[in-house]
Design a protein around this ligand. Structure first.
Ligand SMILES: [Zn+2]
Ligand SMILES: [Zn+2]
Length: 346
């Protein structure tokens, strides 16, 4: 079967590799219908993160059809249409029960890899997989894209809003205009935010942020961005801040945009782990966030919201590619020609 392979920084190719098989009783083999490239895949592609040459692709978002299941699997069966989240919670450890299945305490291998492929082995699939009613043919192209976003970006944006405790009437700042930041705008609106200030410098992303519910756009960066946020909030700062980038600058901006006592919900993996602990102390800033609880949110709110047509997170997929053209998909995201690149599998 075909699978994307990470060759080296700047090059991802497609190779024929052995089709995965059931290895453990809680494995599920899934034939992928749609997958995509994630902003997090670009760290290694840009050469900013070490990754072995000629290694498994880092793709971790897919929807597909179950082909076979291990003997412990009771929740899905061959033929089922499923969301394959990037997290693999068990559903019954303390972390999962508290709604933090991104940190499942029973699974050390809690994250997906290698799903930019025709067929994948999904480990610990019994609780983590999310069943979609019907079959792919029952859904529009746009709806399939929204369902795919529930494997990561929409759930991750929702996680930022949840851990930042966004609630009715809040003023929220969203730092980051990638797919996750844009989904954070959707999540803030779902949770009743009154004012949603999106930080974005790109016209296509600003447009989508407004469509998703942003009330204000801040195109400035750094201290100029903070000055603008302060003007927009009568010098108060935001009740909640969603940090969806993970750089030192974006974290600093997020901390400064928060009013005293506000929560910064972080879903951008910190690649430059420096933080001014004194600054957060003097402002009573609460720092929250981490890997998203994908299965929890999909099952509790997001799948229904997509199926009911209340949210349209699939709009973040602005370019599509065949698996054979995976390198062009990575390039499109690296060059910011696509907000998020969709990969369709025949
Ligand atoms: Zn991702
Ligand atoms: Zn668990």
């Amino acid at each position: 079967m075909k699978s994307a392979v990470f060759m080296k920084a700047g090059q991802v190719t497609v190779e024929d590799i052995a089709k995965p098989t059931i290895q453990a009783p809680d494995d599920v083999i899934i034939n992928v219908v749609r997958t995509c490239v994630c902003g997090s895949d670009l760290w290694a592609y840009r050469g900013l993160e070490d990754k072995a040459a000629h290694s498994e692709n880092s793709g971790h978002e897919a929807i597909g059809i179950v082909e076979s299941v291990g003997s412990d699997i009771t929740t899905v069966q061959p033929g089922d249409f499923v969301i394959a989240p990037f997290t693999h919670g068990c559903g019954h450890c303390a972390a999962c029960l508290a709604g933090f299945d991104g940190d499942c305490q029973n699974h050390s291998d809690n994250f997906s890899d290698g799903v930019q492929a025709e067929t994948i082995r999904f480990q610990h699939g019994d609780w983590a997989l999310v069943k979609i009613p019907g079959q792919p043919a029952d859904y529009s192209d746009a709806m399939l894209n929204s369902l795919l976003s529930l494997a990561d970006v929409m759930a991750t944006g929702y996680h930022a809003a949840r851990v930042a405790n966004v609630k009715t009437g809040d003023t929220v700042v969203v730092v980051g205009d990638g797919a996750v930041g844009l989904c954070g705008v959707i999540a803030a609106k779902m949770r009743g935010a009154k004012r949603i200030i999106a930080m974005s410098r790109h016209a296509d992303r600003q447009q989508l942020a407004l469509e998703f519910g942003a009330t204000d756009i801040v195109a400035e960066r750094g201290d100029d961005a903070i000055a603008k946020v302060m003007t927009l909030t009568n010098n108060a700062g935001a009740d909640a801040v969603l940090e969806c980038v993970g750089t030192e600058l974006s974290n600093e901006t997020a901390m400064k945009a928060a009013r005293p006592g506000a929560i910064v919900g972080r879903v951008g993996l910190p690649h430059e782990p420096k933080m001014d602990m004194a600054a957060s102390f003097y402002r009573n800033t609460i720092i929250a966030g981490g890997p998203a609880s994908v299965t929890t949110y999909d099952k509790q709110v997001l799948l229904k919201a997509v199926l009911d047509g209340d949210i349209h997170p699939g709009k973040v997929f602005t370019k599509r590619f065949k698996l054979d053209d995976i390198d062009a998909a990575y390039q499109a995201m690296t060059n910011r020609e696509a907000i998020k690149a969709l990969i369709t599998i025949d």
